[in-house]
Design a protein around this ligand. Structure first.
Ligand code: C5P
Length: 309
């Protein structure tokens, strides 16, 4: 029986959407060179970390049954990495409450890993800086440094090297969760296959999109959103075409696949439009469920600590 004692630290970490995801060539290390612009969204996972006798993981919420509870979960590896860094053993219980769909292209697993780094930094009083945490985050996965940082940022390399992006105003989104997920490596592989057998269009530079972000006008931003992984995600899940069309038909300014999918993200003019787009898309039955969200929001942050009795 697991004996859990005192001092839970609770951290909230956001989902992300890629406003621009330009996928370059396959590198020798199996990753693709990226130029991407991330925006963190107000859809969250929560991770509560408590001292325990051994490293254990539990998961509740959205898609919980599909989440591994062992070393295949990124939070497990995050705890091991932090423990190594701290020269101690990772004897903690990590309780994840999922709001972000699993294998949805919204970086839910990365959010959990980033949240675990922040929680253990607090629980163990390590006082690692944000940049030290970001280095550890990059070891865990390409999107983890962004989950830690949040806001709006450009990602280069395999996505893990972040550069600041000036962004004005809050954007309103509808997210359409699909039935089932997509494996990120499988989507990248499908893009390689499509590129071997033809010449799918490639996104250009993000300069115009970055300019639109400084202006803060969703109508200007909408036509500039783009994702090189979209064709590959649609090739593996052709029903995504219907979902994207449903978003546009419902009045969204733009409809894109989020990251490697299958979640579709619809940019809306304002909060009111987002509600009506959400209701209309939901009524078409093209997806499992819809959520509204705003962005940008901050990255993984402590929301509650309890120093115990
Ligand atoms: O870094 P992460 O573990 O999240 O990446 C998951 C997989 O996605 C990689 O193993 C690789 O197949 C693919 N990927 C890629 N190029 C990137 C990022 C991810 O090919 N820049």
């Amino acid at each position: 029986m697991l004996h859990v004692v005192d001092e839970p630290v609770k951290v909230r970490a956001p989902a992300k959407v890629n406003l621009h995801l330009a996928v370059g060539d396959l590198r020798d290390d199996g990753y693709h060179e990226l130029a991407t612009v991330f925006q963190a969204l107000s859809l969250y996972d929560e991770v509560a970390v408590t001292r325990a006798d051994a490293l254990t993981v539990s998961v509740k919420g959205e898609g919980a049954r599909e989440v591994p509870l062992d070393e295949n979960n990124l939070v497990w590896r995050a705890a091991q990495l932090m423990a190594e860094k701290a020269g101690r053993s990772p004897r903690v219980h990590i309780a994840i409450r999922k709001g972000i769909p699993v294998a949805g292209g919204l970086a839910g697993g990365s959010a959990d890993a980033a949240a675990t780094l922040v929680a253990l930094n607090t629980l163990w009083h390590l006082e690692l800086s944000r940049s030290e945490l970001s280095e550890l985050a990059a070891e865990l996965g390409s999107d983890v440094p962004f989950s830690l940082r949040g806001g709006t940022a450009m990602g280069i390399g395999r996505g893990e090297q972040l550069l600041p992006v000036l962004s004005r105003s809050t954007y309103h989104w509808v997210l359409a969760f699909a039935k089932g997920g997509l494996s990120t490596p499988a989507v990248y592989k499908e893009l390689d296959r499509l590129r071997e057998s033809g010449t799918p269009p490639r996104l250009g530079s993000a300069d115009d999109l970055m300019h639109a972000l400084t202006v803060g006008d969703p109508d200007a931003l909408a036509p500039l959103l783009g994702n090189d992984l979209q064709a590959a995600a649609i090739s593996l899940k052709p029903q995504l075409r219907r979902t994207l069309r449903a978003g546009k038909d419902a009045g969204a300014l733009a409809a894109i696949v989020s990251g490697s999918g299958p979640t579709c993200a619809f940019l809306c003019r304002d909060a009111e439009d987002a509600v009506s787009v959400g209701v209309e898309v939901s009524a078409t039955g093209v997806c499992r469920t819809v959520r509204t969200a705003t962005g940008p929001v901050p990255g993984a942050r402590v929301i509650e600590t309890d120093s115990g009795p």
